[in-house]
Ligand binder design. Structure first.
Ligand code: SF4
Length: 796
């Protein structure tokens, strides 16, 4: 259907639209018009992606500025889904364009997605490697500027990648044709034409209208510098499924070093030393050239900072790159000696047997006192290493991985010396361990640091998700001011999901995962009986979530001893999520099989785990989700404690406020897994008395909270079962109600809504005018001049 939002003609690729989709698009348009940022919470399963794409593509096509869309999603399947949606939308737009010229304009619209080499590589041997970083390193050996130069000058002297070579014959911007390319389309095209899909996409990026990739390509400075540097400033940036964006930001600026990593880094440093000695004999001019260039500044030295960069700088801004490299690390052998000293220093620090927490400033001071290493050369460490790797034409770069980490660590610690970071050295893995296994955490405490460049560079950033309540938390944590901040209610002609809060068992004992009572046999038994009873009444799949692996293990062991698992097995099979990704995917596969063949199954999983984040349990794969306990984070973690302290001091976010928010966003994320569309249905059971508290409920997304009735907010197990049975009996009847006009709009309904909106805007405008007049009318005389008032004999 086609309709207008203000002056913008919007093409939506379906005949019907949900009211919340229309509202969402109106708010998006307002954000883009204002060239500002927004936070939007759209209920799960209400077509967020298609609404986003429809509005933004319409915007791009209508206005001559042709702003680029950078759409960030979390996982590869989600990226592929968004690309498929975009492809469908563009096919619809081409089909419904009115003139041939318009059709041609739509056909020229280009969009593609980017993922890692590991997912796209076609090389028969390289693609077999299991680890992403090994694929990257092997690919770099075959495609680095030095290898290509040598291989082309003297064919056969060094191995090159044929798929990469194939690309060089093509003009920039012609590696892929116009139109929308899903990742599998590009892969197939690569196979047919003998072109590398990864580099084809990378080289096409400056020429396309839409790029869809993962958060890291924008937020992680190490990757962003290589991939996203060229993107124009007026691009529209969207972070979809952004409820965990603060954690992604923090991870991208944090580094952990371990003892084995330092040993490996020390070996790499020695190898670098040997290589330098070798090259001094064979080709000393290379080192002299490098030295001369480093005097000019890194930018010059690194003129070839292109797609084959081994590592890029985690933080250095462009202006610093133009500076000369500090004299004491300019010479290759001096730099190697410098690295050696730094690694040795870190090793000595790791010998300490007590926990140390210090600021980067105090770390730098101590480093200087002991080793005379200054902050400035440390800051250039990552870039200097990159230059040396290039000069020495090193291969098998994955072996230098640990050294790369150490260099990034050095650069980060010297750049962020003041606020927002903390160094924590933990000598033992757990409190009870006696054998040291030290970890040096360089941890970022302030998520706004990683996202700051994005807000500064791009005028419109959209932060959106199905569960992003409370909305004001994100602007506070990420330090930005949104122009629109909105959460949408879910319109349904009949409830397709039923949220219930169970606060006590059938024996009236309160249930909770609170530390003091979590292992109380009465609580464990009550949790168990919820599982037994729901396994009896719910068809097909049930997903149960626990706050942590540790807690899940202890509960499952206790359930086994109490005979609860035996009881559950009578009705359904049980599968368990584990920290091992392979084990979990096998469990998931079998869980789905049991749901499909009618045997029915229960999947026991944890909040913040793989299952809770990226896996959908639509239709028969999830008819009920049970959240056992409130998924608070483990508050004894030193990193979390430091972060809480920072949030309190810097942003006035209280500890309890952040922990409550974090627990509820994860709980909402877990229960939201069952509802993936308006035709889907499911039960959402919150089993913990703390969920009934108003402060907790207020943190749930509006679209869930609106359906928690007073009756459903404080139930015992038996009462919850009665309501659940009733709900399932109702939902399994075919609906007699017509959704059209209520939760599904035709074009006519959209037009009506538009009229209504316009009228209310006019009303509001008139009211505002009247208010203004009233403000001016300080004597309450209607603003009439004194002479007239005198004639009218009105007493002012
Ligand atoms: S250039 Fe492409 S195909 Fe060749 S090794 Fe690298 S990623 Fe694989």
């Amino acid at each position: 259907m086609k309709f207008n939002i203000d002056d913008l003609p919007v093409v939506f690729p379906y005949d019907r639209i949900y009211p919340e989709q229309w509202e969402y698009m109106c708010d998006l348009k307002r954000t883009l018009d204002a060239s500002g940022h927004c936070v939007l919470e759209m209920p799960s399963g209400t077509g967020k992606t298609v609404s986003l794409l429809s509005l933004i593509v319409s915007y791009q096509q209508f206005y001559p500025t042709k702003r680029k869309l950078i759409y960030c999603s979390r996982t590869v399947p989600e990226i592929e889904k968004a690309l498929a949606e975009l492809k469908r939308l563009m096919a619809y737009r081409i089909e419904h364009a009115e003139t041939e010229e318009e059709k041609e304009n739509e056909r020229n619209f280009t969009g593609l997605g980017l993922t890692s080499r590991k997912n796209l590589c076609l090389h028969p041997e390289v693609s077999k490697e299991k680890k992403g970083r090994v694929v990257d390193a092997r690919c770099r050996d075959l495609t680095s500027a030095a290898a290509c130069e040598k291989g082309r000058a003297n064919p056969g002297s060094v191995p090159l990648c044929d798929w990469h070579e194939g690309l060089n014959e093509l003009e920039p911007g012609t590696q892929l044709g116009r139109g929308i390319w899903t990742l599998s389309d590009v892969e197939q095209h690569g196979r047919e034409k003998g072109l590398c899909p990864y580099f084809a996409i990378r080289r096409m990026m400056p020429f396309v209208n839409v790029v869809i990739y993962s958060f890291h390509y924008l937020l992680d400075p190490k990757v962003a510098e290589q991939v996203s540097k060229e993107l124009s400033k007026d691009s529209i940036v969207v972070f979809d499924e952004a409820h965990n964006i603060d954690n992604v930001c923090i991870e991208s600026l944090s580094i952990d070093l371990t003892r084995p990593m330092l040993d490996s880094a020390a070996r790499s440093v020695s190898r670098l030393g040997e290589k330098i000695e070798e090259i001094k004999v064979t080709d000393a001019s290379k080192l002299q050239d490098e030295y001369a260039k480093l005097v000019e500044g890194l930018q010059e030295a690194d003129a070839a900072r292109d797609e084959d960069a081994f590592m890029s700088n985690p933080v250095l801004p462009d202006d610093l790159l133009k500076e000369a490299i500090p004299g004491n690390i300019r010479k290759a052998e001096h730099f190697v000696a410098f690295l050696k000293r730094f690694v040795e220093y870190l090793k000595t620090r790791m010998r300490v047997l007590h926990v140390v927490a210090e600021t980067p400033l105090s770390f730098l001071q101590h480093l200087k006192d002991i080793t005379f290493i200054e902050r400035r050369p440390l800051k250039f460490c990552a870039e200097r290493l990159q230059s040396l790797v290039r000069t020495l034409s090193l291969t098998q770069l994955d072996e230098y991985y640990a050294l790369q980490k150490v260099a990034s660590f050095a650069t980060l610690v010297a750049t962020y010396e003041k606020v927002g970071f903390l160094l924590i050295l933990e000598p033992f893995e757990t409190e009870s361990s006696t054998v040291p296994n030290p970890i040096f955490h360089f941890t970022c405490l302030d998520p706004s640091l990683a996202i700051k460049p994005v807000f500064e560079r791009f005028s419109s950033v959209v932060i959106t998700s199905g569960t992003i309540s409370p909305l004001d938390m994100y602007p506070k944590m990420l330090q930005f001011t949104p122009v629109v901040q909105e959460t949408y209610a879910m319109t349904l002609s009949r409830n397709s999901f039923l949220p219930l809060i169970i606060t006590r068992g059938s024996d009236q004992v309160a249930i909770s995962s609170r530390f003091e009572v979590r292992n109380d046999p009465a609580v464990v038994r009550n949790f168990g009986s919820i599982l037994i009873e729901y396994s009896k009444i719910v068809p097909d799949g049930i997903v149960a979530f626990f706050p942590s692996y540790l807690y899940m293990e202890s509960i499952v062991a206790a359930w086994n001893d109490m005979g609860i698992l035996n009881e559950v097995w009578k009705h359904k099979l049980i599968f368990v999520e584990t920290p091992d990704a392979n084990e979990t995917s096998i469990a998931l596969e079998n869980y789905r099989r049991a749901c499909d063949n009618g045997r029915g199954a229960i999947l026991l999983s944890v909040a913040r785990g793989k299952v809770s984040e990226g896996i959908d349990f639509d239709h028969n794969y999830g008819r009920a989700v049970i959240m056992f306990g409130v998924p608070y984070q483990y508050t004894e973690s030193r990193i979390l404690k430091a972060r809480l302290e920072y949030l309190r001091d810097a942003y006035r976010i209280r500890e309890s406020e952040f922990l409550g928010f974090d627990a509820m966003r994860n709980a909402a994320q877990c229960v939201g897994r069952v509802l993936r569309g308006k035709t889907d249905w499911g039960l959402m059971v919150f089993a913990d008395k703390r969920f009934a508290r108003s402060d907790k409920r207020a943190k749930l997304p509006r679209w869930i909270n609106q359906y928690i009735t007073d009756t459903a907010a404080n139930l015992s197990t038996d009462m919850a079962l009665v309501l659940s049975k009733l709900f399932m009996r109702t939902i399994s009847q075919s609906s007699t109600e017509n959704q059209t006009g209520i939760s599904l709009w035709t074009l006519e309904d959209v037009l009506k809504a538009q009229e209504k909106r316009k009228a209310s805007e006019i009303d509001m405008g008139m009211q505002a005018e009247r208010d203004e007049e009233m403000d001016e009318d300080e004597y309450g005389d209607g603003g009439l001049p004194d002479e007239i008032l005198a004639e009218m004999e009105v007493d002012p």
